[in-house]
Design a protein around this ligand. Sequence first.
Ligand code: OOG
Ligand code: NI
Length: 298
Amino acid sequence: METVYLNRNPTAKSILELVSSVDDEQICYDHLAFRTFGVNGYGISSLASLFLDYGYTQKEELRFPAKKLKALWFSPPNSSSQDGGSGVNGPLPRVFISELLVDQLSPRAQEIIRKCTKKSGSGNKYAALASALGSLTWEKPLYSEFQQLAGESEYAAWTLVNGYALNHVTISTHRLKSNLRNIKSLNEFIKKNGFKLNSDGGVLKEFNVSTSSISVSPDGLLLQSSTVADSMPFSFSDGVVESVPCSYIEFAERLVLPQYKNLSESEIKESHRRDGFEVGNADKIFESTSKEQLTRRA
Ligand code: OOG
Ligand code: NI
């Protein structure tokens, strides 16, 4: 899955190389994220089964009524054996899987999504395999179908052309060694190197940063930001070739929970930090693949 992601998304690849090159960093992934169509067995469960079979635990549900989405996240099994490696060879990441509440879309949009998932037969059984191969489990859509969905739900249009592809990996900033462990410094560094961040997070007053685009959870302990997705030409089934949004990369800093404030730096483990996800943060991060962000001037 990671290989497909790195090959399709030059920004994510360059940023991972750039961050690892500073201080010879090991990169830990905080989480991996996927999008799905919540219909005909193609929703969250189609991808979750692989992770559940390998010992992941289902955690809280998050709801996004305006976007007609729901999400679940999964925590990894304890496996200290992987501590020390980098990326997919490092500590196991959380997994965040969302699904589009297809029943709530217009009849026309539902028809497009139901058609491709029905035609696909048992494609939902091979969700993880398709993700790793970088293939869709349905036939390529018409350009008009993509446009129809894009007008109603950018998430739907994204999923139609990207399928089960990895939507993003997230760098765990607090597990970096250099000053990049502070998400604000990391964002500045990323921007200085010419990459565009998803600005939907707005102004962060406490940090006095006007353009940093960091989202902060209400408890102040989960800080997240992301790049704007890369685009790729996609050949639609009617021969039209148009640029479509692919994936992005995210950064997350999890601060130490108040009850562990007195632990020394060397005693602090991932389990002492803020866990989980936050609807308000996620709502903004979803925008990383939106047309508004992609066409925004840096
Ligand atoms: C997922 C957006 C939410 C997070 O960490 O809260 C998210 C998506 O864009 O599919 O990644
Ligand atoms: Ni994320």
